[in-house]
Design a protein around this ligand. Structure first.
Ligand code: ZN
Length: 399
């Protein structure tokens, strides 16, 4: 089945009627359905599917082994996300394997399609959770205690989905098998539109992290409480939203976003007692992201004090800037006939794996330039081109 047909097959899974687009989150019903679908589809290609200790799915063409050539992406989404971010890399990998099989090719080294768990952090807040657990770059105890928006822990959700959370953590055996990891992904920006090219090779991922500001004030009645008597945590929260935009706009290439803000108890006629604000901040290097967050944190503490509130700041995740393997990049660029190289502002499992294996990325043109929203798109023709490029590259790298 082609990548386009495979995408069509899962088009109905995890649609979000409230937000639009898709909500497919770790261990929820839609994600479980996609795991079953992937296992079935990979099985039809004769691949052996196994789930590792951290919930990542591996489909092996041939016996698992060291120095394997691994390709894949993720099947989960952000809340209300698009159809391509993640699934495109998975369906392209399946398409590429089928193409190579039909051409009678037999890989000269172990080859696997890998599906990472909870890449978006859409349920438990930490992006690239599957690859962070696999590599040990998140502490397993910390991961098990992560909570979803309903207050349940990752450990509890794992048990309910039939996984053993005690086994979460760095997986030396699985990690040692990856010789090269190549992730194909829909482009999350306008680079390929501007260049007029369908496929690019990834060069770098900028430094990025997530921070949570928790403001505590005094919950009270919206009508009975005089303005002068309030300790409203929404006021410093609003200052953070505005400061993030203002401060990041002054730093070349930096991005700072508040995309999630939760007041409790959350009533129209209630002054909130607490407000949690999540800040996503990114810039080309650590030396830019850290001062950016420090400056926003300074605004937060001054604004909290002025309102008689208390603020706590927690770093939920951080990843420094990553340059993908230079030799692999050159090889991919040359092999794909001088495909352009593009940096990205989006985080990926390939960046988490970069210190442990030779990693690279391919991007497929997104004609809307929009991602993490239902408008995210790729033309059928470009999807086919991406899958073909991946097949050619896998053939080249495994001989
Ligand atoms: Zn993605």
């Amino acid at each position: 089945m082609s990548a386009v047909e495979l995408l069509a097959e899962i088009a109905g899974v995890g649609r979000d009627r409230a937000r639009g687009g898709y909500s497919r989150h770790l261990f929820d019903r839609a994600e479980g359905e996609l795991r079953t679908w992937f296992t079935e589809r990979a099985g039809r290609l004769g691949l052996d599917v196994e789930t590792d200790r951290n919930g990542n799915l591996w489909a092996w063409w041939g016996a698992p082994g060291p120095d394997a050539l691994v390709t894949g992406s993720h099947l989960d989404s952000v809340p209300g996300g698009g159809a391509f971010d993640g699934p495109l890399g998975v369906v392209s990998a399946l398409d590429a394997v089928e193409t190579l099989q039909k051409e009678g090719f037999r890989p000269g080294k172990p080859l696997a399609v890998l599906v990472f768990a909870e890449e978006e952090g859409g349920r438990f807040g930490v992006p690239c959770l599957g690859s962070r657990l696999l590599t040990g770059s998140i502490d397993a105890d910390r991961a098990r205690a992560l909570r979803d928006p309903d207050g349940g822990t990752l450990a509890e959700a794992a048990v309910r989905a039939g996984f053993d959370p005690v086994r979460f953590g760095r997986d030396e055996e699985a990690l040692s098998r990856i010789g090269t990891f190549l992730e194909l992904h829909v482009e999350q920006g306008r680079g390929l539109i501007d260049l007029g090219a369908p496929v690019a090779v990834g060069s770098t991922v900028i430094a990025h992290g997530r921070w949570r500001f928790s403001f505590t004030g005094q919950g009270n009645h919206a009508g009975a409480t005089l303005m002068s008597d309030r300790h409203d945590p929404m006021i410093p929260a609003a200052e953070v939203v505005a400061a993030a935009h203002r401060i990041a706009s002054r730093v070349e290439g930096a991005r700072a976003t508040v995309g999630r803000l939760v007041p409790k108890p959350g009533g129209t006629n209630v002054i909130a007692s607490t407000v949690d604000v999540w800040l996503d901040a990114r810039a080309s290097g650590d030396d830019q992201v850290r001062p950016l967050v420090d400056e926003i944190a300074h605004v937060a503490s001054e604004a909290a004090a002025a309102e008689g509130c208390v603020v706590k700041l927690a770093e939920e995740s951080y990843g420094g800037s990553v340059a993908f393997d230079a030799n692999l990049r050159d090889e991919l660029t040359n092999f794909l006939g001088g495909a352009p190289e593009l940096p990205t502002g989006a985080g990926h499992d390939a960046a988490i794996l970069a210190p442990y294996a030779r990693t690279g990325m391919l991007y497929v043109r997104n004609p809307t330039g929009i991602s993490h929203a239902p408008e995210e798109f790729a033309e059928d023709e470009d999807v086919a081109r991406g899958a073909r490029a991946l097949a050619d590259v896998l053939r080249h790298l495994s001989t």
